[in-house]
Design a protein around this ligand. Structure first.
Ligand SMILES: Nc1nc2c(c(=O)[nH]1)N[C@H]1C(S)=C(S)[C@@H](COP(=O)(O)O)O[C@H]1N2
Ligand SMILES: [Mo]
Length: 262
């Protein structure tokens, strides 16, 4: 189930609540939608009976539990956007294939989504842009002492995984890698977070090369270094031990925190 708890209508549609058991669910629903994200006050409504009902409640409880400590990163107003968003770290990867794609305006570029998904798929940029998009104005905080507010538009990572048939039961992390040899893993908490997007626009324009064209990760609750630019592929895994030195990302291999919370 997706993170749509703030929308009762969608919730009700998804769970096909009939009028009769709707009545009996009202107190629980009120609790659900008024409790914010507090773990303590959450009571799962009993919507269906039998195994499916149990699975529903378990799934929802798991979701609620996972997301309860994951408030949205602050979002800003259009007027807060920095006049110029800095470029930092790698700004023009000298990878041959990348340079060729770049010279063709990224025609022919695609993102392989592989590993523990039901239907491994290469998505073109056009396909990614046709998926439901999210736009967010957030502060990028670099661990090296600067920050900037920008508006990012992209597809929620969850949507991409769903388009690849969804993740398999053993999935635990998503490992992303880049054309300049970076790799970073995020866990399913972060994968499900609504602000975790693969961004193709910055401030309403196509993502500039220096900021990671054609596609970059935005994980808004984490430091700059987790926000990988120049994405090359995505792999759903059950362990991150086989990547680099096995700490779950190139930055943690170098000694930074794996969860680079802002
Ligand atoms: N592939 C790749 N991603 C990267 C980096 C990089 O060097 N290569 N630098 C990181 C760091 S430290 C920061 S602060 C941001 C900078 O993003 P910007 O160039 O859009 O400002 O990208 C992050 N993602
Ligand atoms: Mo950074």
């Amino acid at each position: 189930m997706k993170a749509s708890f703030s929308n009762p209508i969608q919730f009700i549609q998804q769970h096909q609540i009939s009028r009769r058991n709707m009545l009996s669910s009202i107190p629980a629903l009120v609790g659900l939608f008024s409790s914010g994200c507090s773990r303590d006050t959450f009571i799962p409504p009993t919507i269906r009976t039998g195994l499916i009902g149990v699975a529903d409640v378990l799934t929802m409880s798991a979701n609620r539990f996972l997301l309860s400590d994951q408030p949205l990163a602050r979002e800003y107003e259009l007027s807060d956007i920095a006049p110029e968003f800095p470029t930092w770290g790698q700004t023009d990867p000298q990878d041959e294939e990348y340079q060729q794609l770049r010279s063709r305006g990224f025609r022919g570029w695609s993102l392989p989504v592989k590993g523990l998904v039901r239907r491994p798929t290469d998505f073109t940029l056009e396909q990614l842009k046709q998926m439901p998009a999210r736009t967010q104005i957030t502060a990028h905080v670099c661990e090296q002492g600067w920050s900037a507010i920008g508006q990012w538009t992209g597809v929620p990572l969850v949507q991409v995984l769903n388009a690849a048939g969804g993740i398999k039961p053993t999935a635990r992390y998503v490992m992303l890698d880049t054309v300049d040899g970076w790799y970073e893993g995020i866990d399913l908490f972060e994968v499900m977070h609504p602000q975790t997007i693969l961004a193709y626009n910055l401030n309403g324009q196509a993502l500039p090369i220096g900021n990671g064209a054609p596609l970059r990760l935005r994980v808004e609750r984490q430091c700059g270094y987790k926000n990988l630019k120049f994405l090359k592929s995505i792999q759903v895994v059950d362990s991150m031990a086989s990547f680099g030195r096995g700490t779950g990302g190139i930055n943690s291999d170098w000694g930074f925190h794996w969860f680079g919370g802002v």
